[in-house]
Design a protein around this ligand. Structure first.
Ligand SMILES: [Zn+2]
Length: 530
C-alpha cells in the first residue's frame, strides 16, 4: 500500500483563523495528540517570529513525539544577501527541528509588487536557501506559494521556480493554493504538468478552502501523484480555512487505498477533532463529515428501517472506523423501528411486548404539544425509561419558589428556594443567580451536591428558549432546550410549558438526571468508583 505523508499545520496556518488563540500549554497538548495519532509532520511555527511562537517551539524540543517530525517554518533568504549570512536562515539551520519548510515566491504579481526583485534573483533566492539548509543536514520542504495562480499567469516560470528548489536538493516540493480559489480539475491539470516536468521529485499539496474545495483539491493532487498532504485539524485556518485533514485522512485510507495514519489510530480521529475544537474553545461542528455528531444520524422512518436491515443502505462507511457512532434521531415521523433502535442504543431491548406502541403514542402526543426530541436525546431516553417503568428520579420535589427583584436604581437580583426529598430525607436550600434558571440551578445544586457528588461534573453549556405559538403573545407556549456537558459528552434536554420557569425546570432536571446516570454508567464501565 502506498503511503501519503500527513503534514499538519494546525499550529501555524491553523492559528491564523479568526478568533482562534491557544496558550503555549494548549499548543503543546495539541502537538502531543497529533503525534499520538500518528501525523508524520507537525509544523510548529516560525521559531524566530514572535516570543509566543518561540516559546512553543522551544517547549516541543524536550518532548518525545515518537516518529513524528517537527518542522520549523521560514522564508527564502532576503534579496541581495547570501543564504549563509541571512539571520533567519541561520536560525532555522541551528534549530533542533529536523525538517525545515521554507516558503518562496512563484507568482510575478508578488515577485514584482511585494518583494520587488527580478525573476532571476527570485530563482537564486529559492535555490540558495534550499541548498544552504540541505547542506546543514536538514530535510527541506519547499512550499511554492501561490503556485496555481502563477501557473495560470506564466506557466514556464512557475515550473522553473520548482526546478530551482528541486535542483538544490529539496526533499519535498509542495505546490500551494495560497488564495484557495483553484478548482479540482485545474489542480489536477497543474499537478500532472509539474509531475512530468519534475520526474522523480516528491510532491506535496497545500490548499485552502476559499472555493470550498480544500479537501477535493488535496485528493485531486494525490490522484495526480502528490504524496504529502498539508492541512489542519477541522480545516481551521485563515478566511475559509485550510484543507481539512480530518476529512482527507479517511477518504485516503478508506476510499482510495492509501496508507495514512497507523491502522489502529484511525479510530481516534473523531476524538482528535473534538479535542482540538474544545482546546481551542470552538464548538465542534455537528455536521462535519466523518466526525460530526450528525454524520451518521438517521431520522426518516424509511432510512431507519433500511439501516436496521443493512447499515450500508444509508451509511457510506462504518462510523466506528473513524471513532464516530450512529445516532437515531427521534421525531414525530418516527416509526416503531426508530424507537427500537434508539432503545437498543441505550442498552434496552424493546423488540417484544407492547411498550413500543405506547411510547410512540406518548411521543406523538408530546411532539404535538411542542416537544422536539430530535435535539434532546437525554429527555427522550428518560421518556422511554418512564414509559417502561425503570425511571428512578434523582429526588422528589416538594416545592420551589423563585423571586426576582428589580429596584429603582436598576439592580436586578433573583433568589430561588427549594425543598425536596432525597433518599427519604427532606432538604432545603437557597440559591442566588443572574436570572431565575440560574438561581434554581444554584439552589438545586446546593441541596443535592453534598449527596450526589457527580453533579459537580455537570455543566450547563447552552440555554435556548423558543416561543412556539407566537400569535398568543405572553400566553404562548415556551420550549426550553438545555445542553449540558461533563467534559466528555454533551447532551440535550427539553421542557415545554406556558410558564418559562416550569419549562426550564423540566429541562434542568432531565439534564441533571441524565448526566448523573451517565457518570454512573461510565464509572461502572471503567470499574472506578469516581
Ligand atoms: Zn496556507
Amino acid at each position: 500500500m502506498e503511503s501519503i505523508f500527513l503534514y499538519d499545520t494546525t499550529l501555524r496556518d491553523g492559528l491564523q483563523r479568526e478568533g482562534m488563540s491557544l496558550s503555549v500549554d494548549e499548543q503543546v497538548a495539541i502537538a502531543r495528540r497529533l503525534a499520538e495519532i500518528g501525523m508524520h509532520y507537525i509544523e510548529a511555527g516560525f521559531p524566530m517570529s514572535n516570543p509566543k511562537h518561540a516559546e512553543m517551539f522551544n517547549a516541543l524540543e524536550g518532548i518525545d513525539l515518537g516518529s513524528t517530525k517537527i518542522a520549523a517554518f521560514g522564508m527564502t533568504r532576503r534579496k541581495g544577501v547570501a543564504a549563509a549570512d541571512d539571520p533567519a536562515l541561520i536560525g532555522l539551520a541551528d534549530c533542533y527541528a529536523p525538517v525545515i519548510t521554507i516558503v518562496g515566491k512563484t507568482w510575478d504579481l508578488h515577485i514584482e509588487k511585494v518583494i520587488k526583485v527580478d525573476r532571476a534573483e527570485n530563482l537564486r533566492m529559492i535555490e540558495e536557501s534550499v541548498a544552504f539548509l540541505v547542506g546543514q543536514g536538514k530535510e527541506v520542504v519547499y512550499d511554492a506559494e501561490h503556485f496555481f495562480d502563477a501557473f495560470d499567469a506564466h506557466r514556464d516560470y512557475a515550473v522553473e521556480c520548482l526546478l530551482a528548489a528541486a535542483d538544490a536538493g529539496a526533499h519535498w516540493i509542495t505546490v500551494c493554493d495560497t488564495n484557495g480559489a483553484t478548482l479540482p480539475h485545474d489542480i489536477a491539470h497543474a499537478v500532472r504538468t509539474v509531475r512530468s516536468a519534475l520526474p522523480g521529485v516528491a510532491l506535496g499539496i497545500h490548499t485552502h478552502n476559499d472555493a470550498d474545495c480544500g479537501v477535493a483539491n488535496s485528493l485531486a493532487a494525490v490522484v495526480e501523484g502528490a504524496r504529502m498532504v498539508q492541512g489542519t485539524v477541522n480545516g481551521y485556518g485563515e478566511r475559509c480555512g485550510n484543507a481539512n485533514l480530518v476529512s482527507i485522512i479517511p477518504s485516503l485510507s478508506l476510499k482510495m487505498g492509501f496508507a495514512t495514519l497507523p491502522d489502529d489510530r484511525l479510530v481516534e480521529l473523531t476524538a482528535l477533532s473534538h479535542y482540538v475544537a474544545e482546546t481551542a474553545n470552538l464548538q465542534p461542528d455537528n455536521w462535519a463529515p466523518y466526525v460530526g455528531r450528525n454524520a451518521f444520524a438517521h431520522k426518516g422512518g424509511m432510512h431507519v428501517a433500511g439501516m436496521l436491515a443493512d447499515e450500508r443502505t444509508f451509511e457510506h462507511i462504518d462510523p466506528t472506523a473513524v471513532g464516530n457512532e450512529r445516532h437515531v434521531l427521534v421525531s414525530e415521523l418516527s416509526g416503531r423501528g426508530t424507537i427500537v433502535a434508539k432503545a437498543h442504543e441505550m442498552g434496552i431491548d424493546l423488540s417484544e411486548g407492547d411498550d413500543v406502541p405506547r411510547i410512540l403514542a406518548r411521543l406523538k402526543d408530546l411532539e404535538h404539544r411542542g416537544y422536539h426530541f430530535e435535539v434532546a436525546d437525554a429527555s427522550f431516553e428518560l421518556l422511554i425509561e418512564r414509559e417502561i417503568g425503570v425511571y428512578r428520579p434523582l429526588f422528589t420535589l416538594e416545592r420551589f419558589r423563585v423571586v426576582t427583584e428589580k429596584v429603582a436604581d436598576g439592580r436586578v437580583s433573583t433568589e430561588a428556594t427549594i425543598a425536596l426529598v432525597h433518599d427519604g430525607e427532606r432538604v432545603e436550600a437557597t440559591g442566588l443567580g443572574n436570572g431565575p434558571i440560574n438561581a434554581l440551578d444554584t439552589a438545586l445544586r446546593a441541596a443535592l451536591e453534598p449527596r450526589v457528588p457527580e453533579l459537580a461534573q455537570i455543566e450547563l453549556v447552552n440555554f435556548k428558549v423558543r416561543i412556539l405559538d407566537e400569535d398568543k403573545g405572553t400566553g404562548a407556549t415556551t420550549r426550553v432546550l438545555l445542553d449540558s456537558s461533563d467534559g466528555d459528552e454533551t447532551w440535550g434536554a427539553l421542557g415545554v410549558s406556558h410558564n418559562v420557569i416550569e419549562a426550564s425546570w423540566d429541562a434542568l432536571i432531565d439534564s441533571l438526571a441524565y448526566g448523573v446516570r451517565r457518570r454512573a454508567r461510565q464509572a461502572a464501565k471503567t470499574g472506578s468508583a469516581s
